[in-house]
Write a protein that binds this ligand. Structure first.
Ligand code: GRF
Length: 213
């Protein structure tokens, strides 16, 4: 059984999707939030999952917070740390500690649009595809070996919100599957890259109309 610790900062809908997937061979050992009022924390606690609030504002430096966070994570002997809307820049020491066993989901087709406001930026650039990426976490923000990607068509009348909503639905399918593959030992990093494996497992395309007729 693989122990999984999920880090959130807000609503935690990706965390919920992973919990509800009831992945074989995986146990959600804890959900940790840097924001005590994160809605996802209450959701996890209601389901009997260890829900830990670790307020970053209580720490003098990023290093101090990351050290406390690592201690809270390690108390649950994790095989995998899953960042699911965890809105903190992590120190290089922290990312090194969980190298090869920490995943993130980002709402763009990386390496396009790391950082914030991904859907606004995709629309501004006139992208025809948008999507999400599950990747291993490295010291560089929204960077690291890509595990899986999902793509949606960008529609002519899309707004950042409508695009975000469609991409989020895909995130909820892509992330549990990526975590399942990790827990099953199906993911290997070779020369800095993750082998694609069965194409269906690493790539999701959402079928949808090209315009609202
Ligand atoms: C998602 O869009 C995810 O890709 C990004 O932050 C958002 C988190 O949403 N990293 P939720 O908290 O999982 O609902």
């Amino acid at each position: 059984m693989k122990n999984i610790v999920i880090l959130i900062s807000g609503r935690g809908s990706n965390m919920q999707a992973i919990v509800e997937a009831k992945l074989p061979g995986a146990r959600i050992a804890a959900v940790i939030s840097n924001r005590p009022d994160a809605a996802g924390l209450a959701w996890a606690a209601e389901r009997g999952i260890a829900a830990v609030a670790l307020d970053h504002k209580a720490y003098a430096s990023r290093e101090d917070f990351d050290a406390a966070l690592a201690a809270a994570i390690d108390a649950h002997s994790p095989d995998l740390v899953v960042l699911a809307g965890f809105m903190r820049i992590l120190t290089a020491g922290f990312t090194r500690r969980y190298e090869g066993r920490m995943l993130n989901i980002h709402p763009s087709l990386l390496p396009a649009f790391p950082g914030l406001h991904t859907h606004e930026r995709a629309l501004e650039m006139g992208c025809k595809l948008a999507g999400c990426t599950v990747h291993f976490v490295t010291a560089e923000l929204d960077h690291g070996p890509i595990v899986a990607q999902g793509a949606v068509n960008v529609l002519d009348d899309d707004t950042p919100d409508s695009l975000a909503a469609r991409v989020l639905k895909l995130e909820h399918r892509l992330y549990p599957e990526a975590v399942r593959r990790f827990a099953a030992g199906e993911i290997a990093i070779v020369n800095g890259k993750v082998a694609s494996g069965p194409a269906a497992a690493s790539c999701l395309l959402a079928p949808e109309p090209l315009s609202h007729a």
